[in-house]
Design a protein around this ligand. Structure first.
Ligand code: PRP
Length: 229
């Protein structure tokens, strides 16, 4: 069954933090995913609603699935969304989950501030080429960008780069590798993205789901505010 079937809604999620933090919101919206992706190799997971299913894709593929209609909607980090571009994607809701920040980090022995001040050309390793290019262009810092697909923290330790642009959450990975966060670029959280054509063709079902998500996010935020008092 393809997601072109008008009576079926397909939600794209990625395993790990996004899946785990989306689950309570789905539950609050009355949706239960019937299989645990950690215990199953299946890529299409049924829910308690026979017209809603979940597909598991790589985090960086969520915008592509939703953009081209392989899924009607999905949950993706703002980092992935910016890198991918948001053409054809309606972004109605910040779910405020999987929160972290995009930062510049350098080795503790590297004087980043002086290098920037002196107008040095910096070598930056990152998975987030577009975010890095835009950030340094706005600062007027000349950079050579080196594209990596993971373990960015290794680049300044091996001489591959002067600094990295990467996600920071607890800061533990930086600390363990003698790196220091020298600039914060932007806060990151996960967004709901919807295929614009699906929004029109499957309007009632998608609207119902979107409204339920909005209520779930508001209720979760109220509960968090309440417990913080
Ligand atoms: C992310 C990021 C950092 C780490 C930061 O990697 O790239 O390496 O988390 O988290 P911390 O500040 O809590 O230590 P992730 O584990 O998601 O894997 P990735 O390298 O595949 O992106």
């Amino acid at each position: 069954m393809s997601s072109q079937d008008r009576s079926m809604i397909t939600l794209a999620l990625s395993k790990g933090r996004i899946f785990d933090e989306t689950m309570p919101l789905l539950k609050a919206a009355g949706l239960d995913v019937l299989e645990n992706p950690e215990h199953s190799r299946k890529l299409i997971l049924p829910t308690n609603r026979n017209n809603i299913r979940v597909v598991l894709v790589r985090a960086s593929d969520v915008p592509t699935y939703v953009q081209y209609g392989g899924a009607d909607l999905g949950v993706t980090g703002l980092d992935t969304l910016i890198e991918h571009g948001s053409e054809g994607l309606y972004q109605p809701l910040d779910l405020q989950i999987a929160k972290c920040r995009m930062s510049v980090a350098a080795h503790e022995a590297f004087d980043y501030a002086s290098a920037v001040k002196q107008g040095s050309r910096l070598k930056i390793a990152t998975k987030y080429i577009n975010i890095a290019r835009e950030f340094f262009a706005r600062k007027g810092v000349h950079v050579d960008l080196v594209k990596l697909y993971g373990s960015m923290e290794l680049a300044p330790l091996t001489g591959l780069a002067d600094a990295i642009v990467d996600l920071v959450s607890t800061g533990n990975t930086l600390k363990a590798n003698h790196l220091i966060e020298v600039e914060q670029i932007m806060p990151i959280s996960s967004r709901l993205v919807i295929n614009q054509a699906a929004l029109k063709l499957k309007q009632p079902l998608i609207r119902e789901l979107l409204d339920a998500f909005v209520v779930a996010v508001n209720e979760r935020n109220s509960a968090l505010n309440e417990s913080a008092r």
